[in-house]
Ligand binder design. Sequence first.
Ligand SMILES: [Zn+2]
Length: 249
Amino acid sequence: MEQHSRRPPNSASPPSAQRSSMPTGSDRTPRAALLVVDVQNDFLPGGALPVPEGDAVIAPINRLMPLFEEVVASRDWHPPNHGSFASQHPGHRVGDVVELNGLPQVLWPDHCVQGTVGAEYAPGLNTSAITHEVLKGTDPGIDSYSAFFDNGHRRSTGLDDYLRRHGIDTVFVTGLATDYCVKATALDAARLGYRTYLVEDACRGVDLHPGDVQRAIEEMRAAGVRVVRTEDVPRVLRGLREMSRNAQD
Ligand SMILES: [Zn+2]
């Protein structure tokens, strides 16, 4: 439930200004948002729960950011006693699956504890481009892989409301990790009715069991998520603008 937004003072130009300004404005679409999932120190190589090549997502995400009016970043933001931590389950180890308030829960090392360096954004990520932030996993009794809901879909983070309020109908999902939080975010976005793209090279996965990442991508595709690469995004955005112009005519 916890969340806050940070909006730079110069980013709230009205749609009419976006349409008429050249050339930056014409490269933007007001109806699509970039979602940057959990690009945090603890998920990078050397962190508490490192995703292999996790740092490789930073450059493509930074390249994508200027194409979007709305850049929403989520952070895993756990209290020290979070129920997803193996340290909270005596007799269990990292990788074990336990039941947490009626839901299966994979146990992880302590990670992304609120206020720690591990929970900070990865160095090099252009955080000044972030227009809204979602903090998730704040309830010790339930995990939250998706940036939209906890794993039981019991509570919303408010992200759906935020996007709708800003007229967003399309999201491009990036970040860490492909087979957990990125997948859960993309599946929820598709279920909620957003036109959803996974930017494959701007994500990396854990692959706890070899093949997990590939299976995650297939699951997303089956749910209607379109899989693209960073270099495809400008073309896709042009197509969307074309579509919305035609709809207005
Ligand atoms: Zn977590």
